[in-house]
Write a protein that binds this ligand. Structure first.
Ligand code: NAD
Length: 367
């Protein structure tokens, strides 16, 4: 049976009714009016994500435009300039990006560099008077996340973190299923995200630039899902890690498993790996039924099934375009983002507790 015990219109109606308590569920009802002006985005870091997802997504947005770039590679600058018609005056490198202060074409810097550089590039952007959208994970330490928040506040600029699932219709529907107790009270959440990582020399395997291994990179999706599904913050976590290839994984964990306890009694059992396939899913088991998403965290094609036989298969949007359009609207309308720096900081705090538990073998309290 296809989806749709609930039409999209009903979904929007339901979610806008619930919007006060579930702020990010109003995502689908945005983007109605024609903008007076588009928000200029500069991409800092022109790697895989910027090239293959964010720049193409910018072309599909309603409220944004690709106005500039920050790159350390002159050849990339030339290629992007030609492809996207970017004027020379809007092309920066990591050493001169503060000069954006004089450039009114650029409203937002989207930081898409390795995790351990997000603070440096966010702070430079905020000091240049720009709003910042930083990719996840926010940074590699609680202190650096806090600095990002403080500097953006000091500059009077918004800071958002690239949590694309908060804009994805199927994820929002899953939140509704839990919070409206469609299958009764949720008891157990199982969530996992992992993949087999290639090139052993890449920054994702280096502690200083990555902050950790699979947990920081993709396990964060399982963690964030356990929080957005429950709408609660975990009160304690316990975890362990394993390494079977000590050469490749000399600095960061290869696989990790953690459990968290939520105040309402829900237990989340989560995992991540840099050396396993078939991990991009979650299941919610409740006292009156269950539902699961597989895949749950992909760029496209997320879908699921429910214990009553219905499918969860709402429209397949461009998550990056939705995320950027929402941030642009927040700026245009001077309202807060649903994915602020504080949300990124909470995940980083919990991930540090997960690592502490794995290191010490003890349960770590977050209360
Ligand atoms: P990537 O390695 O493909 O690109 C990183 C970019 O940063 C490159 O252009 C590189 O030249 C630049 N860079 C600047 N200084 C660097 C340095 N000192 N060392 C290495 N590179 C440096 O990585 P990516 O996959 O594009 O990931 C970038 C960020 O985006 C990461 O924080 C990652 O977690 C995040 N990401 C998010 C998603 C998502 O779905 N939201 C998906 C992939 C990556």
């Amino acid at each position: 049976m296809k989806a749709t015990n609930q039409s999209r219109r009903d979904f929007i109606k339901t979610t806008s009714l619930a919007a006060a308590s579930l702020p990010f569920m109003s995502a689908l009802s945005s983007c109605a009016q024609t903008p007076d002006r588009k928000i200029g985005f500069a991409l800092a870091g022109l790697g895989n994500l910027s090239t293959n997802q964010i720049a193409p997504a910018l072309q599909k947005t309603k409220f944004c435009r690709l106005a500039g770039i920050v790159t350390g590679h002159p050849q990339k600058a030339a290629a992007w300039k030609a492809q996207y018609n970017i004027p020379d005056k809007n092309i920066y490198n990591y050493d001169n990006m503060e000069q954006m202060a004089d450039n009114s074409d650029i409203d937002v810097v989207y930081v898409v560099t390795p995790n351990g550089l997000h603070a440096e590039h966010t702070i430079k952007s905020a000091r240049a008077g720009k709003h910042v959208l930083s990719e996840k994970p926010m940074e590699v330490s609680v202190e650096k996340c806090q600095q990002m928040i403080d500097e953006c506040k000091k500059a009077g600029k918004q800071l958002a973190i690239g949590y694309r699932m908060h804009f994805e219709p199927n994820s929002l529907e899953c939140i509704r299923l839990v919070r409206e107790k469609v299958f009764g009270s949720a008891k157990i959440i199982d969530a996992a995200f992992g993949f087999r990582i290639g090139d052993p020399t890449q920054w994702r395997l280096k502690k200083d630039l990555a902050g950790g291994g699979c947990l920081m990179d993709v396990g964060i999706y399982a963690l964030n899902a356990s929080r957005y599904l429950t709408g609660e913050e975990p009160v304690e976590v316990s975890a362990f890690t394993t390494v079977t290839d000590p050469v490749k994984f000399s600095q960061v964990e290869e696989s990790i498993s953690w459990q968290s306890k939520f105040p309402g009694g829900i237990i989340a059992r989560c995992g991540s790996s840099y050396n396993a396939q078939g991990m991009a899913d979650f299941k919610v088991s409740a006292d009156g039924g269950w539902f699961k998403m597989d895949p749950a965290f992909s760029y496209h094609g997320n879908h699921g099934v429910r214990s009553d036989g219905q499918e969860i298969n709402l429209s397949d949007i461009d998550q990056f375009a939705a995320e950027m359009d929402d941030f642009a609207q927040c700026i245009l309308e001077n309202r807060p983002t649903r994915v602020p720096g504080e949300e990124g900081l909470r995940d980083v705090k919990i991930m540090m507790a997960i690592y502490e538990s794995a290191r010490t073998g003890k349960t770590v309290s977050l209360a």
